[in-house]
Structures are given as C-alpha cells and as structure tokens.
Design a protein. Sequence first.
Length: 52
Amino acid sequence: MKEVEKVKNMQELTKEVTDMRKELESLKEVLSGLIQVMMDHNDQFNDEDEYN
C-alpha cells in the first residue's frame, strides 16, 4: 500500500510542477508585455520635441 501512495504522491507533485510551469510561462508573457508598454511609454517622453 505504501508504494501505491508514493506513486500517487509523485503523480500529484508532477502535475503540480507542470501546472506551476504553465503559470510561470503565462506570467513571464504578461510581465514582458508590461515591460514593453512601459518602455514604449518612456520613449514618448524621451524625445526633446515633447518638451519644446
């Protein structure tokens, strides 16, 4: 019975790690997009023409 429990625990952990990886990939995409938006926004105010 202990071996069966170990296998089930391993399967659960593997699924959790896989889900976490998917969530991290999604988070990286969101952060990348947010950084790009911030950089684009900053570029708008770096032009000298904006201040003159």
